[in-house]
Design a protein around this ligand. Structure first.
Ligand code: MTE
Ligand code: MO
Length: 430
């Protein structure tokens, strides 16, 4: 690396020439791998930038930019999120910051596969509906508001990889723990209404979603992600083409000015910076639709087992899950405390939420609210009392309308998706 580069901050270096920066730091283009072995020169440069040596540099994920340099720059308008990756930006929310019934925009997680677009002007943005439709259309955001009913609803988005960090053997990719989930209030028009206006032809089986973000390589012919869903799912009432989040324009990292919101399914189906929806007569085959991406084996497999690509199936609904958002893990509490959180299950509702404070020997049923609307998570609370001072764990488990209950142990799969194990929170009682 040339001397003058050292005077720049690492973000501008990566922004100007990402390929070169990766080669300088890591000797190769980063993979979403667990660890990155910095080249000697890369390590020296990074140490110079943070102003001291980095003793645990061997544990840094590849492509990683130290938070001391990165966090303020890349997470503007976000509050208390944990940065998992700087390029692309990926950040999750600690569970105790997800305590609100409606997740504030500042606490909605960020999952990017590419580089967000620079130009996100709402006035000139357009959405094209094409493929097997009677009337292909290109609509401005003003057109959407004028031609279709505008609705507001609280909708749960969860990344298919939420909980991946707990897989053993580990799965490659962002090491999400609990916080790649949120339930903000979204305003937009129903996808269904727009597709109906375009006229869905009888041979349509799948949607294909396109956004304006750029591939990490900078190659304009490559898309970072383009997913879709069966047309039957696309025509359900809850799915929105949204232009507002919590009563304000979308946050730039959450897809401004226009995105899909698909509650209950992997949030990868919820295309951000949405520019085009194509209706196809085959299952969509865009980037991150094929191979092993957002897919799980078609049968239970043992941890570490190799599975052939053809035995993977596309993830549809997200499984039954819950989160304890109060107290925080590690909190000091009195002899009695309220415990509360949220629960959700794909396209279903939660029927029961139970809490244990004795490592699962006994369970008490929590008070559980109905969802504020279809597609929203459900809030729950329970008073837990402890027999004496000491260390306890509060565990929560949800059961859904089909009788499915959260497991205690991980249902392992190679790519680390769909981890819905019970949330455990350690408490010190005095
Ligand atoms: N255009 C575009 N849309 C996207 C993505 C992306 O990288 N680019 N990531 C998807 C994935 S994997 C998830 S989990 C959600 C995350 O939405 P959020 O960043 O608003 O939380 O957006 C989805 N939509
Ligand atoms: Mo995701």
């Amino acid at each position: 690396m040339a001397d003058d580069d050292k005077t720049k901050d690492v973000n501008s270096f990566f922004a100007e020439n990402p390929e070169k920066a990766d080669k300088e730091f890591y000797g190769r283009v980063p993979n979403p791998d667990r660890r990155g072995f910095l080249k000697r020169t890369g390590l020296a440069t990074m140490a110079a930038m943070v102003g001291t040596s980095i003793p645990f540099h061997r544990n840094m994920p590849i492509g990683f930019v130290p938070a001391a340099m990165a966090s303020e720059d890349v997470l503007v308008g976000k509050d208390g999120l944990t940065l998992l990756n700087d390029r692309p930006v990926n950040a999750e929310t600690p569970p105790e910051l997800l305590d609100d019934a409606i997740t504030p925009t500042s606490r909605h997680f960020v999952r990017n596969n590419g580089i967000p677009p620079m130009d996100t002007d709402a006035a000139s943005w357009t959405l094209t509906i094409d493929g097997f439709v009677d009337t292909p259309m290109t609509l401005s955001i003003a057109d959407l508001k004028e031609k279709f009913e505008v609705v507001t609803s609280a909708l749960t988005l969860e990344c298919g990889g939420n909980g991946r960090g707990f897989f053993n053997p580990p799965a490659k990719g962002n090491q999400w723990t609990y916080g790649a989930v949120a339930c903000s209030e979204w305003t937009g028009v129903r996808l269904k209404d727009v597709l109906e206006a375009a006229g869905v032809q009888s041979n349509v089986v799948y949607t294909a979603h396109y956004g304006a973000d750029a591939h990490l390589s900078g190659d304009p012919d490559k898309l970072p992600i383009s997913r879709g869903m069966p047309i039957g799912k696309a025509m359900t009432d809850e799915i929105l083409i949204a232009f507002e989040m919590n009563g304000a324009p979308l946050h730039p990292l959450n897809g401004a000015p226009l995105r899909l919101v698909v509650p209950g399914w992997p949030a990868s189906t919820a295309q951000k910076w949405l520019t085009r929806i194509e209706l196809r007569d085959v299952v969509h085959d865009g980037p991150k639709m094929t191979g092993k991406a957002y897919r799980v084996p078609n049968r239970p497999v043992a941890p570490g087992e190799k599975v052939e690509t053809e035995d993977f199936v596309i993830i549809e609904r997200m499984p039954v899950k819950s989160l304890v958002t109060f107290p925080a893990n590690g909190a000091d509490v009195g002899m009695e405390t309220e415990v509360r959180g949220h629960a959700w299950s794909g396209d279903r509702t939660i029927e029961k939420l139970e809490v244990s404070s004795d490592f699962g020997a006994t369970w008490q049923t929590a008070e559980l609210d109905a969802p504020v609307n279809s597609g929203a998570w459900q809030n729950w609370r329970s008073n837990v009392s402890f027999p004496q001072a000491g260390y306890y764990e509060v565990w929560a488990r949800a059961t859904d309308s089909n009788g499915e209950m959260q497991p205690f142990a991980i249902d392992w799969n190679p790519k680390g998706y769909l981890n819905n194990t019970m949330h455990r929170v350690g408490l010190r009682v005095s």
